[in-house]
Design a protein around this ligand. Structure first.
Ligand code: PMP
Length: 288
């Protein structure tokens, strides 16, 4: 079935949802975006995603030409128009149409695009068995170059690491920062569990401040775990009892091997499983 896409200030048919070749989103990856889930017809953590979108936009000096409330309404209208019960929303703000040069101030109106569709998830089997991953040699963007908190349309840094993962026939790769500490995975945040304590790199390590990460930290504390935000090395990952990733698409997924080192007993551990279950219940509105 053809989708209805939000473009600018209205819904249009999928075949009419077109962006100019002069849009700086295409020419330079100049723009910001969010990926958001819909669970049981509820848009999950929409406020948090909208906050991050406006922060990202501020970071690149892009004025979103729509109020927060109007944008929230547009997201809901797009979800309803496509009758999405469980799915995924891609909310994109490009710099807009401008001249061929870099100058973003030649672009008059940022384009607003909202796509609501079904999502291609990791197969359930992967959650049961856990994921094997590798360390990428591609270093995560230096925060003084492109702050990783900005969720920009330019994902080449992550894509280069993703290619490394795919070359090794695994779905994900850990990205390290310029100092060698874990930053994040190509599209997810990283957690470890060792001796009953939960660890995750601090925001300063250079990862995106994930919304799923925040929720999992909250769940972990509620479950009585100590959560420590601390720099982690490659070796710290290898010797962890459990490693798991968090993200809007992946939710909570256990890691069972990194660079040929088996993590724990080679299966997703009890803490990972518990957090996945708790996250599921929270996302589906079954638990606060
Ligand atoms: N890091 C990167 C690079 C990402 O693209 C994502 C997914 N948006 C995440 C982490 C996880 O963030 P969230 O939980 O907000 O989806």
């Amino acid at each position: 079935m053809a989708l209805k896409i939000w473009l600018g200030n209205k819904l249009v048919d999928e075949q009419d949802a077109k962006i100019s070749v002069f849009d700086h989103g295409l020419l330079y990856g100049d723009g910001v975006f969010e990926g958001i889930r819909v669970y049981n017809k509820r848009v999950f953590e929409l406020e948090a995603h909208i906050d991050r979108l406006y922060d990202s936009a501020k970071g690149i000096r892009l004025d979103i030409p729509m109020s927060r409330q109007h944008l929230i309404d547009a997201v809901h209208k797009t979800v309803e128009a496509n009758n999405i019960g469980n799915g995924y929303i891609r909310l994109i703000i490009t710099r807009g149409v401008g001249s061929l040069g870099l100058n973003p101030f030649t672009c008059e109106t940022p384009a607003i695009v909202i796509i609501a569709d079904n999502i291609q998830l990791y197969p359930e089997e992967l959650y049961e068995k856990g994921m094997k991953i590798i360390s990428a040699t591609t270093v995560r963007n230096h925060p003084l170059a492109i702050p990783p908190q900005i969720k920009s349309m330019n994902y080449l840094n992550n894509i280069l690491a993703k290619i490394e993962a795919l070359d090794y026939e695994v779905p994900e790769a850990i990205m390290y920062n310029h100092e060698g500490f874990v930053a994040e995975a190509t599209g997810d945040n990283v957690f470890t569990v060792r001796k009953g304590v939960v660890y995750t790199p601090p925001a300063e390590a250079g990862g995106l401040e994930g919304i799923t990460r925040e929720i999992v930290i909250r769940i972990a504390k509620k479950e009585g775990f100590e959560v420590v935000e601390k720099n982690l090395t490659r070796f710290d990952l290898y010797i962890s009892d459990e490693v798991f990733l968090t993200g809007t698409a992946a939710e909570v997924i256990g890691i069972v091997e990194i660079d040929g080192r088996v993590i724990g007993d080679g299966r997703p551990g009890p803490v990972t499983r518990r957090f996945r279950e708790k996250f599921f219940r929270y996302a589906h509105g079954k638990e606060k």
